[in-house]
Write a protein that binds this ligand. Sequence first.
Ligand SMILES: C[S@@+](CC[C@H](N)C(=O)[O-])C[C@H]1O[C@@H](n2cnc3c(N)ncnc32)[C@H](O)[C@@H]1O
Length: 224
Amino acid sequence: MPQSTSRRRNEFIDGPIDSYCAAHSTGPDELQIDLQRVTREKTGEAAGMQVGDDQALLMEILVRAMGATRAIEIGTFTGFSALAIAKGLGPNGHLLCCDVNEEWTNIAREAWNDAGVSERIELRIGPALDTLRALPVGVQFDFAFIDADKPGYPNYYDEILPRLRPGGLVLLDNTLQGGRVIGAEKASEEVSAIRSLNDFIVNDARVRVVQLPLGDGLSCVQKL
Ligand SMILES: C[S@@+](CC[C@H](N)C(=O)[O-])C[C@H]1O[C@@H](n2cnc3c(N)ncnc32)[C@H](O)[C@@H]1O
């Protein structure tokens, strides 16, 4: 397995330390590197939405360590984070991916086929809130990853938490919003939504949460 050549997105970690961590972390495999390249070629600047190598690997490791078999992702794009989750789930796992964009998720479908994980991934195209509200109400997930439109996060969290098993994890991406969550000044709709959700989660008696300065901020929430 190659070591990472660092395709990381850590806005808050000192460069040399980040490079050192990259050099001492397992790197992406050939298919993951290929998906990063195809995403850059076909989506241009939007490729910046992909999670970093380290975050993808962290999710893969967590999912595998939990023995998770049922997962959901809100915000799939070209399938890079979903591929990592699916690898962690193993052959008997099921990952429900939610996105609105056919063009981007067609790239994802190809990559999942090439990686031999498409059997364990179900993609639903449409607003994620509609998809979530159409799901049965009972517990049905071990792991969830939220990485879509920021104003939607509070609703996604509300819908997912009751469907998560005790001990299960919800990871939320971009919870530092480039640092703009700090301070009380007037903020964009995105920043305001994430600020109030961060405040809500840390006081939510149903969970334990650790917010990591990885990428643009990654909140790892465990349901009690
Ligand atoms: C940041 S990207 C996801 C990146 C992906 N997790 C990865 O690492 O490659 C956000 C995605 O959310 C999708 N999205 C935006 N609004 C949405 C909504 N209301 N419902 C479902 N998906 C949505 C976009 O189409 C986009 O693909």
